[in-house]
Design a protein around this ligand. Structure first.
Ligand code: HEM
Length: 459
């Protein structure tokens, strides 16, 4: 089986280069050649120590994690991303993480599969209805996937209050869109106070989102006590409201905290998951033999069922390999940052308190010393025996971060991606539209600057 996967890898070629590090982290290669795996780069007025040696990254994320903390996002971005898990620190972060974690537990997520299938079925039915007589239709997939992911995250967050929650997320999506366009200005001191049109729109949306979320929380709080244990939907809102009610002895969770966490989950989950789906679809369109291999697996595993069941998902091994390879070549989060909380040491370097460290996830995923010589190639077969076997160091593959602060939504993102791609493969074949331009670039995340038009055809 492995030999046949490897032969697909070696027989595939594409005119598009996946060597995107120079394009996305342009400073990286040049300085790494001169200074090795640790060097300082100035981002405006802020010096950042770039660290790409996996052994040192392990020190930061695992061995000495108590000496390093998340850095502060610029104030405007923080308003949009919410003051939740992504940015909280210390005891408050640990308390919130403990409360929220069960919502993202695999067993809880399995209960959400029917909901995910339903929203995907609707999207695919619409696509099918739009097909021309020639049986084909072109879609710009990033927007399409964002809509589908928004449905799922609204369900995970708001459960029985889905309709109201979805409307609030719609406002947040608009806010994110404005923010994305003005992203580079976030780092200009004082920009957030300027009454520009974009800022004014963001302030308005911010007020509206907060007001609607508080109203929703209030409504749910007044009904919470009437529910029996079995009838409680295990959504994030419910889990946090329970903690809020219990919280008389634990005053840390307040309705305001719930507002911030809802905003954070939306911010952290929406574009990351839709980017994973976008890049995976683009890659499968570029490599028809992998697309065929994945489809053959889905049709075999699901047999006559037209949607995958919870028992089918773990059997989609090739799909898992493809998603990993997509996350390796095109990790939605291209880098992460930590800040030294105290004077400390990293390897043999003294790190003063306050030093910011940049971990270039994308560059690590494309490093020839950590991966084989084909590090810029799309070769899912490298993951055939699992992640541990594919990498030369555990920190060489970290699309979801590492250690205690690793992504809480990892299982949700992978489950949704497997399900969505499987359902597409069951119904359609797809290829890049002639207008497709390969343009990976970073705003907040790694995304295709000129969109990703894909032509779908009925199977
Ligand atoms: C954290 C990536 C999907 C919620 C992170 C981090 C990364 C990441 C790299 C760590 C950041 C750091 O250490 O500085 C991704 C990718 C995703 C994805 C690549 C999809 C392909 C999701 C989803 C959700 C989510 C679906 C929720 C619905 C979070 C949260 C954190 C986080 C709340 C902060 C965790 C903490 O610090 O306790 N994610 N993420 N993510 N992610 Fe994700």
């Amino acid at each position: 089986e492995l030999a046949s996967l490897n032969s697909i890898a070696s027989s595939q070629s594409t005119p598009f280069s996946h060597n995107i590090v120079p394009r996305v982290l342009s400073f990286y290669h040049h300085w790494k050649k001169i200074y090795g795996s640790m060097f300082v780069v100035w981002f405006g007025a802020t010096p950042r120590l770039t660290v790409s040696d996996p052994a040192l990254i392990r020190e930061i994320f695992v061995l000495k994690s108590e000496f390093f903390e998340k850095n502060e996002s610029p104030p405007l971005l923080r308003k949009i991303e919410g003051d939740g898990l992504l940015s909280l620190k210390g005891e408050k972060w640990a308390h919130h993480r403990k409360i929220i974690q069960p919502t993202f537990h695999t067993e809880n997520l399995k209960l959400m599969i029917p909901m995910m299938v339903k929203s995907m079925e609707e999207a695919l039915r619409e696509l099918s209805d739009k097909m021309s007589d020639l049986g084909k239709f072109e879609i710009d997939v990033p927007n399409w996937f964002r809509n589908i992911v928004e449905d799922v995250i609204a369900n995970v967050t708001f459960g029985s209050s889905f309709e109201d929650g979805r409307a609030i997320f719609e406002l947040q999506a608009q806010q994110l869109c404005h923010a994305n366009e003005a992203y580079h200005k976030f780092f200009v001191p004082g920009y957030r106070f300027l009454p520009t049109e974009k800022n004014k729109k963001c302030w308005e949306l911010e007020k509206e989102i907060r007001r609607s979320l508080l109203k929703l929380i209030d409504g749910r709080r007044s009904t919470t006590t009437q529910w029996t244990r079995d009838s409680c939907p295990n959504d994030l809102l419910e889990v946090m409201i329970k903690a809020c009610v219990k919280g008389r002895s634990h005053p840390m969770i307040t309705p305001n905290d719930i507002v911030e966490e809802c905003k954070t989950i939306f911010f952290a989950g929406l574009h990351t998951t839709s980017n994973l789906l976008t890049w995976t679809t683009v890659l499968l369109a570029m490599y028809p033999q992998w697309q065929e291999q994945a489809r053959e697996e889905v049709l075999r595993v699901c047999s006559s069922r037209d949607t995958p069941s919870k028992h089918d998902i773990p059997k989609l091994k090739t799909m898992g390999m493809i998603l990993n390879e997509s996350l390796r070549l095109y990790p939605p989060a291209v880098a992460t940052i930590r800040r030294a909380k105290v004077d400390t040491q990293l390897g043999n370097l003294q790190i003063p308190l306050g030093t910011e460290l940049l971990i270039p996830i994308l560059a690590i995923h494309h490093d020839s010393t950590l991966w084989c010589h084909d590090m810029h190639e799309f070769n899912p077969a490298r993951f055939a025996k699992g992640v541990a076997h594919a990498v030369k160091h555990p920190m060489a593959f970290m699309p979801f971060g590492f250690g205690a602060r690793r992504c809480i939504g990892q299982n949700l993102a992978l489950l949704q991606a497997k399900l969505a791609v499987a359902m597409i493969l069951q119904r359609f074949t797809f290829e890049l539209a002639p207008s497709y331009q390969h343009s990976p670039s970073v705003q907040m995340l790694l995304h295709p600057r000129h969109g990703a038009p894909i032509v779908f055809r009925k199977l």
